[in-house]
Ligand binder design. Structure first.
Ligand code: ZN
Length: 162
């Protein structure tokens, strides 16, 4: 038995050399950063929402409201791991994830292998079950003007054997 979920997330890009730009749990060298209440890891947020979606457990904003001071600057890997434990409690385990990053800044092609390795470790998955693709909006709209980035993610869950 399988269940699929999708997630989508946007974060605004700001010129902030002293705030780390986090993607898939990796601190990406950049003079820009993503704005958000947590560490603003847009890729992990999309993955968390995809897992919650497969479980029909609402969305990340319900579990981690952005007015909750206790989670300010929280590492988003903690959020994703929490979603995985919710899945486990209900008898589901993650099979694979597929993510699509849309943005011009930062370019992720040069660091894609590093992002996949980090995401696989956070998800306890082999690297060949973790996909991160990248595209641009061809200069159109806010993403094309590098005002922010977007990530879409799909997660497949399988009913655990035991
Ligand atoms: Zn987010």
């Amino acid at each position: 038995m399988f269940r699929v979920g999708n997630g989508i997330d946007f974060h605004k890009l700001i010129h902030e050399p002293f705030r780390p730009l986090m993607l898939a749990g990796v601190e990406v060298p950049s003079e820009y950063a993503l704005l958000g209440h947590s560490d603003a890891d847009v890729l992990l947020h999309a993955v968390a929402d995809a897992i919650l979606g497969a479980l029909s457990l609402g969305d990340i904003g319900q579990h981690y409201p952005d007015n909750d001071a206790s989670i300010k600057n929280i590492s988003s890997s903690i959020i994703v791991r929490k979603c995985l434990s919710l899945a486990k409690e209900k008898g589901w385990s993650l099979v694979n994830v597929d993510c699509t990053y849309v943005g011009d800044l930062p370019k992720i092609n040069p660091i894609r292998a590093q992002l996949i390795s980090s995401l696989a470790a956070i998800l306890y998955l082999p690297e060949d079950c973790v996909s991160i693709k990248a595209t641009t909006s061809e200069g159109m709209g806010a993403l094309g003007r590098s005002e922010g980035v977007m990530v879409m993610a799909t997660a497949l869950l399988e009913k655990s054997k035991n």
